[in-house]
Design a protein around this ligand. Structure first.
Ligand SMILES: *[C@@H]1O[C@H](CO)[C@@H](O)[C@H](O)[C@H]1NC(C)=O
Ligand SMILES: *[C@@H]1O[C@H](CO)[C@@H](O)[C@H](O)[C@H]1NC(C)=O
Ligand SMILES: *[C@@H]1O[C@H](CO)[C@@H](O)[C@H](O)[C@H]1NC(C)=O
Ligand SMILES: *[C@@H]1O[C@H](CO)[C@@H](O)[C@H](O)[C@H]1NC(C)=O
Ligand SMILES: *[C@@H]1O[C@H](CO)[C@@H](O)[C@H](O)[C@H]1NC(C)=O
Length: 507
């Protein structure tokens, strides 16, 4: 959530100053609209470097009023405020210009007034306006397809069965302490990534009656400290829920879906309360921006979508009650139903808060390689579909329901010809043609790399302008599922915002 001056006034009075006297020619507000005070203005700052600054009205305007914001100056300095925290201080002076078009034809002029001036200084690193992220998948929740080496001496298929194998505890400690380290966080930050989504299973907080091994939370907490030092925001994602919310291996336990049976939904909430008390404490308020309630609960077979929606509201209330941090965002996966099916829940929970102040967010996962119909698209069509997301899946993000794309990937099932043209699927006959689904990424030729980069850039362009944030699945994923591979093989530039194919969604 973006920080608001209102919260600074209470949190950091000694750092905040409203300097009306600095502007001696301050005009009066236009007739019929009250003049604006600093508390009516929200300051939005992007990036720990403070390069991008914007401000907008959150109250005090009227429907016939249009506003614009002028940034007068902005300075950034870095100070060490405690032994463990380095914080970036951003000081911004800005003016909000409020213009009112005259409603009556006899009026002689439009009035313009400069209605609020403020200087705000933030000691907490501010929330970026767009969260540009990767998932740290395969770390605290095992998925065999991503970390097959961890499973190599076992017959295990998921975390549940792995944790029952001989030597599992030592193997997990080895994996947890080596797969993702502080160096990885530094690398991620060097790519211009400002956020991570870290999946963890509920069993780290309550493994009663299960074979699950506990201990992952200690590693999550190390990662949060590394992220804080690197200026990266963290979304703590409860990726596996009691009983399994989807029956996929990514829930920890492949097979039956029993999340909505017995007391599993209540235990899910009590685990989230534990997590909210921990990660929603003020000690973490500068780094943990959100807690995700559950990941990819299915909305068919054993799960009833109406039950899921009611549970999300109950879980939201329970987390808000336990989280000390008033800006902690509570994020719910859409259950594969699309964010638009959550608008009523969003309205009920977020009420009339502005988009920037809404704490209940929806996470949608946008892949183009999971259903058969996607394998009939050429890369041009995949790109068009990614551009279209702005008017389909991501549309609710423009009302008061913030939407993040918690997972997406560069992987599509396409083939690229030597002349750069592409075809759908996984078979082609022209000499030199390669298909992404059956050629190892280290052998991809330039046409396939370029076609994949075009798609990835189009996805990210859409997310940049239409989502609150986006998180590629996943940092160390295989093939075009991996951000590390994407950098290594040229599917993305040195910085996540670099573009070789700018403006693909503009037309
Ligand atoms: C007020 O501004 C609007 C928009 O710029 C313009 O169309 C209108 O003619 C202006 N009215 C007067 C009276 O200047
Ligand atoms: C895996 O399963 C096979 C076949 O049942 C068995 O022979 C082997 O001992 C098992 N390996 C381990 C490590 O349990
Ligand atoms: C932990 O899980 C067990 C088994 O599901 C449950 O009975 C118990 O209430 C849970 N503890 C807490 C504190 O929620
Ligand atoms: C993109 O949206 C347009 C307009 O709705 C539609 O005609 C087109 O088929 C869509 N393209 C894809 C690939 O979904
Ligand atoms: C691939 O893209 C690079 C620039 O990103 C360009 O120099 C090269 O010509 C492209 N290759 C093909 C085969 O399109």
């Amino acid at each position: 959530m973006s920080f608001s001056i209102r919260s600074f006034i209470s949190a950091l009075p000694f750092l905040f100053a409203v300097s009306t006297n600095a502007f001696p020619t301050r005009p009066r507000g236009p007739r019929g609209t009250g003049s604006l005070a600093a508390r009516d203005v929200e300051l939005v700052e992007s990036g720990s470097d403070g390069i991008y600054v914007d401000a907008h009205i959150i109250a005090g305007g009227s429907s016939s009023t249009s506003t614009s914001t002028t940034i007068i100056s902005s300075t950034t300095s870095t100070t060490s405020s405690s032994s463990s925290t380095t914080s970036s201080q951003v000081t911004v002076s800005f003016a909000v210009i409020q213009s009112t078009a005259s409603a009556t034809p006899t009026a002689s002029a439009n009035s313009t007034s400069t209605s609020a001036y403020s200087t705000a200084t933030s000691s907490a690193a501010a929330m970026p306006s767009v969260l540009r992220g990767v998932n740290i998948g395969g770390w605290l929740v095992l998925e065999k397809w991503m970390t097959s080496d961890v499973f190599s001496d076992t017959n295990a298929t998921d975390q549940w069965t792995f944790d029952q194998t001989d030597g599992a505890e030592a193997a997990l400690q080895e994996h947890w302490s080596t797969y993702f380290t502080e160096d990885d966080v530094t690398t991620i930050a060097s790519w211009g990534i400002n956020a991570v989504r870290i999946p963890i299973g509920y069993w780290a907080y309550n493994n009663t009656g299960t074979p699950y091994i506990s201990g992952a939370d200690a590693y999550l907490e190390k990662a949060i400290e590394w992220c804080r030092a690197a200026g990266i925001k963290v979304l703590v994602d409860c990726h596996g829920s009691p009983g399994s919310q989807n029956g996929f291996d990514n829930s920890g336990h492949a097979g039956n879906v029993e999340w909505q049976s017995g007391d599993n939904m209540d235990v899910s909430i009590s685990v989230l309360e534990t997590m909210a008390a921990k990660y929603g404490s003020m000690d973490y308020s500068d780094v943990v921006f959100g807690l995700e309630l559950t990941n990819e609960p299915i909305s068919w077979d054993e799960n009833d979508f109406a039950t899921t929606k009611q549970w999300a509201q109950d879980a939201y209330a329970a987390v808000v009650a336990k989280a000390e941090n008033p800006d902690l965002n509570i994020i719910m996966h859409d259950g594969f139903m699309g964010p638009d099916n959550w608008e009523a829940v969003g309205s009920a929970v977020n009420g009339d808060s502005s988009l920037a102040d809404s704490r209940f967010w929806i996470d949608t996962h946008l892949y183009q390689n999971q259903v058969a119909s996607d394998s009939t698209l050429t890369q041009e069509e995949h790109i068009e579909k990614a551009c279209n997301w702005s008017t389909t899946e991501l549309l609710p993000a423009s009302v008061n329901l913030p939407v993040i794309v918690g997972e997406f990937s560069a992987q599509t099932n396409i083939c690229a010809n030597p002349d750069g043209s592409t075809l759908a699927g996984s078979v082609c006959y022209i000499d030199g043609c390669q298909c992404s689904s059956n050629v190892d990424i280290e052998y991809w030729n330039e046409p396939l790399i370029n076609a994949t980069r075009m798609f990835l850039e189009a996805e990210m362009d859409t997310f940049e302008s239409h989502a609150r944030g986006y998180f590629m699945w996943t940092y160390k994923g295989p093939g075009a599922w991996g951000y590390t591979n994407a950098v290594k093989y040229g599917l993305v530039g040195d910085k996540i915002t670099d573009r070789a194919y700018p403006g693909q969604c503009d037309s």
